[in-house]
Design a protein around this ligand. Structure first.
Ligand code: ZN
Length: 500
């Protein structure tokens, strides 16, 4: 190893100590710190993340990256370190171009907009949020001008969350979905509405739900020695390294399905992070940076596996032992309930089919904002028009409409398509998995879900961030990205469930 590489690695290790503290503070803020202790945490967190950001944009960092990019140094690097140097150089150049005052304004407005959004949502008053949304849009446009000069704003935003993805590809995929799913959902909904199963809204002991979560995580292959579980307002997953991956959940006494499917979803994210090649730990090659690819794993567990009746066959009795009300629900009824298609307002509660429309709507809204420059005061009406178009319902207020998600208050424009891209990848992964491992229903019936996990570990997780999503899918599935397998999966599954 060259002296320069050694110096670089030591520098990264030091930077990583700051990141470690930042992660721990964030975890504690969300899962344990009392309300009055939050400010102290915010101050410490700001300090350590500023230190880390300063190290990542220092002259020293620039010199080392330039040195390592020189032929005599670069040529002797391993492929992993070639990747790390290239990616970090790209990040470095991008971050260096942002003027410090613009960055500070962005971070500050982000915090303000987050608070105002929460209040606006509680009061269902969009007019409170509108000026902050405008600020976030303006700052996002300004920031992209520095990070991705010459690139169209929305293209740059998409690329930030799913590297290598572009709106031409997404347009094609989403149009294919619309063409097939609109008539499919119409056919499903023309069936007589099934009666809601009253037993699902009974009382489900949170302690029982915690035990169910433990059972499920163990069942799908989450490693307890390299992870732990906490509780927070909204479920999330974070990781220090592949050896310490944490997830959270929230337990509702009268809605057991929420925690059950969150556990499987976050478990999928966590299994991904636990199984990245440990050599990549604490570098940009490790922890997966591509949100669509990440979502493909959480959604594969949650939907493709977790909403398959066969997933539950080997463990349904156990579920009944831990939460006795389930003993009163036959597995067939449970299966119908977890795949109950209905047009609804809230994205996070939507079934897996109509969920697609929630994302398509947001994607089209974001294009309207950044391409057509639709003024913020016209956005709620546009939202409602699209809800009517895709789901034939109109929100009674903005809290259950445009104000429901926090992403835009956070400047997370371009993030939403990741969820649906994840499902599109899942359709393709399911095809390939069945070609290589056999019928997924049989694998699940026989309780062989860990075989599936091992396959995903080997095909996707191990590579961390070293392959961009398009490249990962091409190399696993041998094909370019297409929505056809997902559409076929929906049609086969739901024509059976609804006998249409
Ligand atoms: Zn997720």
């Amino acid at each position: 190893m060259s002296n320069l590489l050694k110096e670089f690695q030591d520098y990264l290790a030091k930077m990583n100590q700051y990141e470690h503290v930042v992660t721990l503070l964030y975890w504690d803020m969300k899962t344990g710190a009392p309300k009055l202790g939050q400010d102290g945490h915010v101050a410490a967190l700001t300090h350590f993340s500023t230190e880390s950001f300063a190290m990542s944009t220092s002259e020293k960092m620039g010199e080392m990256l330039d040195g390592l990019a020189k032929t005599e140094e670069y040529d002797i690097l391993t492929d992993t370190w070639k990747f790390i140097v290239k990616e970090m150089k790209r990040d470095y150049d991008r971050n260096k171009r942002i003027p410090a005052d613009v960055y500070a304004a962005f971070v500050q407005t982000q915090a303000q907009a987050g608070n105002v959004w929460l209040e606006a949502k509680e009061k269902s008053d969009y007019s409170l949020f509108a000026p902050y949304l405008q600020k976030m849009i303006d700052l996002t446009i300004e920031m992209t001008g520095y990070t991705d000069p010459g690139k169209e704003v929305y293209e740059a935003l998409l690329d930030q969350y799913e590297a290598g993805m572009d709106s031409a590809t997404i347009d094609r995929l989403f149009e294919d979905l619309k063409e097939e799913l609109i008539p499919l959902v119409k056919r499903i909904l023309s069936q007589e509405e099934q009666a809601a199963c009253p037993v699902f809204s009974g009382y489900f002991d949170p302690n029982g739900q915690r035990k169910v979560q433990e059972m499920l995580l163990d069942y799908i292959g989450f490693c307890k020695d390299a992870g732990s579980v906490g509780e927070s307002e909204h479920p999330f997953t974070l990781n220090f390294s592949s050896k310490d991956v944490r997830l959270t959940n929230h337990y509702y006494e009268h809605d057991p399905l929420s925690a059950i499917f969150s556990a499987i979803h976050e478990g999928g994210h966590a299994i991904f992070e636990q199984n990245v090649n440990p050599e990549y730990d604490n570098t940009v090659a490790g922890s997966c940076r591509y949100m669509g690819l990440h979502e493909s794993q959480s959604r594969f567990y949650e939907n493709i596996l977790g909403r398959n009746q066969n997933f539950w066959l080997p463990i349904y009795d156990k579920l009944g032992e831990l939460l006795p009300l389930f003993q009163e629900i036959p597995l067939e009824d449970f299966y119908r309930e977890i795949n109950h298609v209905k047009n609804s307002f809230i994205r996070v509660n939507a079934d897996e089919v109509t969920y697609c429309f929630h994302i398509i709507l947001r994607y089209e809204m974001e294009k309207a904002i950044f391409r057509d420059h639709v003024p913020v005061n016209e956005l709620p009406a546009l939202w409602n028009k699209k809800m009517q178009e895709y789901l034939q319902i109109t929100p009674a207020n903005d809290a259950e409409g445009i104000l429901q998600d926090m992403h835009w208050s956070d400047g997370g424009f371009g993030y939403f398509p990741s969820y649906l891209l994840g499902s599109i990848y899942d359709g393709m992964l399911l095809d390939t998995l069945q070609e290589e491992l056999g019928n997924v229903d049989e694998l699940l019936q026989n309780g062989q879900i860990k075989k599936i996990t091992a396959w995903l570990n080997q095909k996707i997780h191990w590579y961390g961030s070293t392959r961009k999503p398009k490249e990962a899918i091409r190399s696993v599935c041998g094909k370019e990205i297409s929505a056809e397998p997902l559409i076929r999966y929906f049609k086969e599954k739901y024509t059976k469930i609804y006998s249409i």
